[in-house]
Design a protein. Structure first.
Length: 389
């Protein structure tokens, strides 16, 4: 018998507390986008490539702010959220049409929770077309021989050529969706090949994950794993594991491949076995209590969403166990990491790590942590929530 540690009423209270912060950000971050992470727990407008604070729509994280607005609108039906989200969606369409900073794999992060969300919630045709264009652009990064999507850099950059990263599993729903919308299977075929290659090579036999993995683009052979944001090449970067815990169930939704559920279950069991006493992960699963290392609350928020999604497709007992543990983690995020009692912060979820090796956004709030915190709360308030992914 499982206890419910966190009810939909608790989730709604936390969501409402977060909306107070969102409301305060509506004016300063209407046309301007916040930076990837806070500075001393406060978001400022995003810096452009010259280091100026312009709030430009560049990088991979601007969509999370728009996604939060769609969640806020969907739950409250308050037009003030929709109005600002719509301004930003138009900006995303322009970004795609002008091909502004779109030469990377993150187009799924950028277009699922902005344009596809708008299309699903409001039936906007121009948002649909913007997202199809994003899928088309993402296809340019697909290497036919190994069957993977290159994550970063120019396709002829020797350091990045044939390099896939585990985060990319979250970019695949854009491609599956594009096939459903257009009737053209090529997007979904590429997505399935990519997911299958990552499942085979990027997931290790002990159910941990490499952050990045190189494939030979001429022979198609798998080469080697390497970290970028984790502690070591052979450690398990917590957020990478969380991306995969959510990403494989998302591939399952569109492909119905049972093996994706099996993989996600193994990854989840490993993640849960390495959660510390307050249930919120350290930035690399190599670390535990007493290590003195920082937590990555964003990894745990993503993991909660992944577990709640995965539980929908598992036998009752396993599903109940995952739901219970997801709620325990979420309760800890609300009680110990949210900004509910932090008037000085304009963020939602404190204590994440963007890149410890890169000394970037360490122990700060981040846009994706805020978004997945809100999505997790939405999932508890409305278990039949229709995914934007
Ligand atoms: N997708 C990049 C990151 O999780 O830091």
């Amino acid at each position: 018998m499982y206890q419910i540690p966190f009810t939909s009423k608790n989730a709604e209270d936390a969501f409402k507390a977060a909306l107070v912060k969102v409301d305060a950000n509506l004016v300063p971050f209407r046309e301007k986008f916040p930076d990837d992470t806070t500075y001393k727990n406060v978001y400022y407008p995003r810096k452009d490539r010259n280091g100026e604070m312009t709030g430009a729509n560049i990088g991979w994280t601007t969509s999370f702010w728009t996604g939060i607005l769609w969640l806020a609108y969907e739950w409250t039906k308050d037009e003030k959220y929709r109005e600002v989200a719509q301004v930003q969606v138009d900006n995303f369409i322009t970004r795609m049409e002008t091909a502004s900073d779109v030469d990377h794999h993150d187009l799924g992060f950028l277009y699922s929770i902005t344009c596809i969300a708008d299309y699903k919630l409001n039936g906007s045709q121009k948002s649909r077309d913007g997202a199809i264009l994003a899928a088309e652009t993402l296809m340019k990064r697909f290497w036919e021989k190994p069957g993977i999507i290159q994550a970063w850099g120019r396709m002829d950059d020797p350091k990045q050529r044939g390099r896939a990263i585990i985060d990319s599993l979250m970019n695949l729903p854009l491609l599956y969706w594009a096939s459903l919308e257009t009737g053209n299977p090529r997007y979904a075929v590429a997505a399935l090949r990519h997911a299958t290659q990552l499942q085979r090579y990027q997931v290790r036999p002990d159910a941990t994950t490499y952050h990045t993995f190189y494939f030979n683009t001429e022979t198609g052979e798998a080469d080697h794993g390497e970290t970028a944001q984790g502690f070591a090449d052979d450690s398990c970067w917590a957020r990478g594991q969380a991306w995969a815990m959510y990403g494989f169930p998302l591939s399952y939704i569109y492909t119905r491949r049972e093996s994706f559920l099996k993989t996600a279950t193994a990854l989840t069991d490993y993640f849960l076995a390495h959660t510390p006493s307050d249930r919120v992960a350290y930035w690399d699963l190599a670390f535990g209590d007493g290590s003195g290392e920082e937590k990555d609350s964003s990894a745990s928020a993503i993991a909660v969403c992944g577990m709640l999604e995965l539980a929908k497709y598992l036998p009752a007992q396993k599903a109940a166990s995952y739901r219970q543990q997801a709620l325990e983690i979420l309760k800890s995020l609300v009680d110990n990491y949210s900004t509910r009692d932090h008037p000085e912060s304009n963020a939602l979820l404190l204590h994440s790590v963007y890149s410890k090796p890169g000394k970037h956004g360490v122990d700060e709030a981040c846009l994706w942590g805020d978004y997945f915190y809100m999505e997790a709360l939405m999932r508890v308030m409305n278990p039949s929530w229709r995914l934007y992914w």
